[in-house]
Design a protein around this ligand. Structure first.
Ligand code: FAD
Length: 395
């Protein structure tokens, strides 16, 4: 390679943006050409999307302009949608142009996994992007407005949340806080509003500490959530869901949070995938191409028991740190680092001022846990944008 190497990063989520920021900090001028491609000119804080989705905060709070994060003298930013990855030709096809690369980093995030449940893809809403949560927020308000036009249609005031994992529980925590205000705003009797959580597993937050799970479900139940656990959804229709036990729930809103798969572009490109996700090697590269790294929700890293780690922002950020190191090491011909995940704990919000979590070996709940969640958010803002971003966004 006589010219300087070209690194292309696809996706400006947690994995992509942190990789870009690390490269801009540690690569010397003229060591590589780095291009970041994303379909929007902003990065969004995905871990906050449950709040604007429920309407408790503005979508703007989760949005950060990419121009504020990267130095355009060091990183080229291309706002475009990736249509195809051609690893055999070292090319990425976008909606309006083509990019060639020597090294590729794929951080395109995930897509909702509907497990083949009929109608779920067509009729449910998903908390995945800034645009999707803007839509959900408007949709929820519209249900209240519609009910006022057709007061016999109390089903407009029924909200079904499919899935009681992190996203589902965090969204429920926000929704129960928002609905009383909406009832007041639209002059709706609060006893008519139903929030139903449907989960196929026998417990909410599977794998999480049982005492904390009980705290979360008790709190949400006391605020009006009806949990239907060990109850798979059999079908989703325009006007609600049919459960595996035959129960029909008529609802104006179905929000599906029950599963994530990798971005389809990876399987379309011929990489071996499991639910659209690529099992990466210990350096985070694909087994087919040594010059292709895959991060975040598109990737699978196996734990010591051979099981995939859950898809989280935390693992995506840690992967980005190793990926950027390995790209620089490859260019400089120095040793690569192997990836190993350090679980720093997880905190799930239950609405403003309340949360549950495990941090290190400590269980936390209530206000303390909510403060820890805030500290995690602030730490991330500091990592990507320093003190100015913390002051601007501080949440
Ligand atoms: P993403 O952050 O999803 O970013 C992917 C990027 O790729 C996006 O910018 C997208 O616009 C772009 N993109 C996608 N397709 C294309 C295309 N074709 N062309 C161009 N650009 C494209 N994790 C935690 O660790 N802690 C939490 O508390 C937590 N809470 C969560 C709460 C919610 C409501 C949700 C939805 C998720 C939560 N997660 C949490 C999970 C976490 O957000 C994800 O695991 C993380 O966002 C994955 O990062 P990523 O870099 O793989 O992709």
């Amino acid at each position: 390679m006589s010219r300087i190497p070209r690194i292309v990063i696809l996706g400006a989520g947690y994995g992509g943006v942190v990789t870009a920021i690390r490269l801009q900090k540690h690569l010397n001028y003229n060591e590589a050409d780095v291009t970041l491609v994303n379909k929007h000119d902003y990065h969004y804080i995905t871990t906050h999307l449950h709040m604007p989705a429920a309407g408790t905060v503005s979508p703007e709070t989760a949005r950060i302009d990419i121009s504020k994060l990267i130095d355009e003298f060091k990183i080229d930013f291309v706002k475009s949608t990736v249509a195809q990855i051609r690893p055999q030709d070292k090319k990425v096809i976008m909606e309006d142009s083509t990019l060639s690369y020597d090294y590729l980093v794929v951080g395109l995030g995930g897509e909702p996994e509907t497990f083949g449940i009929p109608g779920l893809k067509e009729h449910s809403l998903n908390i995945r992007s800034l645009n999707s949560v803007r839509y959900i927020r408007e949709h929820i308000e519209f249900q209240f407005a519609k009910y006022k036009q057709e007061p016999h249609r109390t089903d407009y005031l029924t909200f079904v949340v499919g899935g009681a994992g992190f996203t589902g529980i965090e969204f429920l925590g926000e929704l129960v806080n928002r609905l009383p205000k909406l009832c007041k705003e639209f002059d709706v009797d609060p006893t008519l509003v139903k929030i139903i959580n449907v989960e196929a597993a026998p417990t909410a937050l599977p794998g999480f500490d049982p005492e904390l799970v009980e705290y979360a479900t008790d709190l949400l139940t006391s605020k009006g959530v009806i949990f239907k656990l060990a109850t798979p959804i059999k079908e989703c229709r325009e006007d609600g869901v049919i459960l595996a036990n035959g129960e029909v729930i008529k609802a104006g809103t179905v929000i599906w949070t029950g599963g994530i798969r990798g971005n389809r572009l990876l399987e379309d490109a011929g990489f071996e995938t499991t639910r659209g996700r690529v099992i990466v090697d210990s350096h985070l590269r694909t087994k087919e191409y040594e010059n292709v790294y895959v991060l975040g929700d598109c990737s699978i890293v196996l734990n010591e028991q051979g099981k995939p780690y859950p898809t989280t922002a935390q693992i995506s950020i840690q992967q980005a740190e190793i990926c950027s190191h390995n790209l620089i090491a490859t260019i400089r011909n120095t040793p690569l680092k192997t990836f190993s995940f350090t679980n720093k704990g997880m905190v799930a919000s239950l609405g403003r001022g309340d949360a549950i979590g495990v941090v290190g070996k400590h269980k936390v709940k209530g206000f303390t846990a909510a403060m820890m969640k805030r500290a995690i958010d602030v730490r991330y803002l500091y990592m990507i944008g320093g003190i100015p971003l913390v002051i601007k966004k501080g949440f």
